[in-house]
Ligand binder design. Structure first.
Ligand SMILES: Cc1cc2nc3c(=O)[nH]c(=O)nc-3n(C[C@H](O)[C@H](O)[C@H](O)COP(=O)(O)O)c2cc1C
Length: 153
């Protein structure tokens, strides 16, 4: 069964809400399992065994959350030469106060290092998490799950 990994870090809950919406959307697709996990609890195997990844990070100090960076630090060496992660579909969701570009660009740069394949445009949620943003995340999750199921990525 195909698994979509939705990985997040949060302090005040905003990124968690966005990640939950992504997971809800992905769950709509029959035959897809969703693994919603905090970055600090996410393992190399979770990345390796997933069919696609949605990376959800707040922007802190113009960068991704430390826990997301820590996930990359902990897993890169084991995965960098693993053909199972090449072209693994991924998308990014950022929660930011008013910017988000720093976190996004650094995450995308690192994902290039893993040779993941960006399959959807990022979502950058600025300020309060609105229903509109939750809907966008839900649709992102659904689109990724449908794409995985159809084998189009
Ligand atoms: C330590 C800290 C640093 C932050 N730095 C930025 C920043 O550089 N740019 C920005 O747009 N928002 C910044 N913010 C705002 C957060 O990105 C925003 O509140 C986000 O929704 C927090 O997500 P969370 O509730 O999942 O922790 C910062 C917040 C904190 C606590």
């Amino acid at each position: 069964m195909a698994t979509i990994l939705v990985v997040f870090h949060t302090q005040s809950g905003n990124t968690h809400k966005l990640a939950q919406a992504c997971a809800q959307g992905a769950k709509e697709t029959e035959g897809i399992t969703v693994l919603l996990k905090q970055a600090k609890e996410t393992l190399t195997e979770d990345i390796k065994n997933s069919s696609a990844i949605i990376l959800c990070s707040p922007e802190y100090f113009g960068y991704m959350a430390g826990a997301i960076k820590d996930l990359f630090d902990r897993t890169y060496d084991a995965l960098k030469d693993d053909v199972r992660v090449y072209k693994k579909p991924y998308a990014v969701v950022i929660s930011a106060g008013n910017d988000g570009t720093g976190a996004l660009s650094h995450i995308e740069r690192i994902c290039k290092g893993y040779r993941f394949k960006k399959v959807q445009n990022p979502i950058v949620c600025k300020g309060k998490v609105t229903e509109e943003m939750l809907e966008k995340c839900y649709e992102l999750g659904r689109t990724i799950a449908e794409g995985v199921k159809a084998g189009i990525f």
